[in-house]
Design a protein around this ligand. Structure first.
Ligand SMILES: Cc1ncc(COP(=O)(O)O)c(C=O)c1O
Length: 399
């Protein structure tokens, strides 16, 4: 029998994701789930995708659609993306864009590119679980990135000791799991910090397009470009995704960065999976061109109303001592429970007694703190269900 001691040391740090385990619960009848941070399938642009796949397979494009293609990604999609990035303040060429199999793959590659065992990655406390999982495989040490906090470069360097700080990772718009946004000052301060530490910035823009109120804040990469004039001089690496806007199942994401970074990531892609599925990239390209500009306002309206329903229901049903964030976009509200209430215990009880699911917050903290936090997602339930689910949660909390 093959024994576990043959596994590489990196495997000791990799554990099953609580979220993945929880997603299995979605199939149980009667469960109200605020667990997965997933888009509502009823909102997928299904007809546009049907046309796009028909177009890819029913025309002279089929040979290309089913064939191997270049690692950098389908050129027409990269052209659309260059245009899209320009609209959000990032001027770049096709050579600055790599298509990945979801932005999750980009996070894995960036961990692989920057982290040797023992190197330091600065991450939010809490931070996106999938980023922690991706980076963990490269055996880093994590330190707490405190944006707008009072930790300067000297403190980070002192805490790192012999270890090199390689990058700061953040999701500046409507972060997973907190829903919080980093303001302009925080973004500028982060760039200053990265200059002082001479490290990269990994900007995760997974929810960037999903703003329901307030004015958009320029991406960190746009701010750095304004400082430096050329993307080739920038240390920020932008990761984008179609998962939250068009479809997560097709697994299409992208990275925008200086050519010297992209060329290294291309080498990784060649070694890992050669390229992302050609036909999926073609379909995303068609659908993005056909309806991205009308689809996003619709998503903002629907998800915005769900966010409002969740915030209203929390005001109505949460007992005293419970606090939560008020996200301007994205899919999540982050709830802090009174000290002593443990999120995972509450989940067990909520599932058992009132059939409500959510994600306990502890898994999002690299040091296992945050036991009294939970993440609620409002994206995949209608307003009445949200109202009812939060009412039931309030009932359990009061009990
Ligand atoms: C902040 C963040 N980044 C990246 C991802 C990965 O998305 P995908 O690989 O589907 O693009 C997710 C998915 O939930 C996310 O929440």
């Amino acid at each position: 029998m093959l024994t576990k001691d043959l596994f590489a040391t990196r495997m000791s740090r990799m554990k099953a994701s609580e979220i993945r385990e929880l997603l299995k619960l979605l199939d149980q009848p009667g469960i109200i789930s605020f667990a997965g941070g997933i888009p509502d399938p009823a909102l997928f642009p299904t007809e546009a995708f049907a046309d796009a796949f028909q177009n890819a397979l029913g025309t002279e494009k089929q040979a290309q659609a089913l064939q191997y293609s270049v690692s950098e990604g389908y050129a027409p999609l990269r052209e659309w993306l260059a245009d899209h990035m320009r609209h959000i303040g990032i001027e770049c060429g096709l050579d600055n864009i790599l298509i990945t199999s979801g932005s999750q793959q980009a996070l894995d590659y960036l961990g692989k590119l920057y982290l040797s065992p023992g190197d330091t990655a600065l991450v939010g406390w809490p931070t996106y679980l999938g980023a922690l999982a991706a980076f963990n495989a490269y055996e880093p040490r994590f330190d707490k990135l405190s944006i707008n906090g009072n930790r300067g470069a000297a403190e980070y360097a002192a805490a790192a000791g012999e270890s090199l700080v390689k990058f700061a990772y953040l999701s500046p718009d409507f972060a997973n799991p907190t829903g919080e946004t980093v303001d302009l000052r925080g973004r500028e301060a982060l760039l200053d910090l990265a200059e002082d530490l001479n490290c990269a910035v990994i900007e995760d823009g997974a929810y960037q397009a999903l703003r329901y109120e307030g004015e958009p804040i320029p991406p960190v990469l746009a701010l750095e470009l304004a400082r430096k004039g050329s993307i080739e001089d920038c240390r920020t690496i932008y990761c984008g995704s179609f998962s939250k806007t068009l479809s997560p199942g097709l697994r299409v994401g992208w990275v925008v960065a200086a050519k010297q970074v992209i060329s290294q990531l291309v080498l990784m892609k060649q070694a890992a999976d050669l390229h992302s599925a050609t036909i999926n990239q073609m379909a995303i390209n068609d659908v993005a061109r056909a309806c991205f500009d009308t689809h996003i306002p619709m998503l903002r309206r629907v998800y915005g109303a769900r966010r409002d329903a969740m915030l209203d229901a929390l005001v109505e049903h949460m007992p005293k001592g419970v606090e939560w964030t008020k996200p301007e976009g994205g899919m999540f509200v982050w709830v802090t429970l009174p000290k002593g209430i443990v999120g995972s215990d509450l989940l067990a009880r909520a599932l058992d007694t009132v059939k409500v699911a959510f994600v306990p917050g502890q898994a999002f903290f690299p040091d296992g703190s945050g036991a009294n936090t939970i993440r609620l997602s409002f994206s995949n339930s209608d307003e009445a269900t949200i109202q009812e689910g939060v009412r039931r949660l309030g009932e359990v909390l009061r009990a």
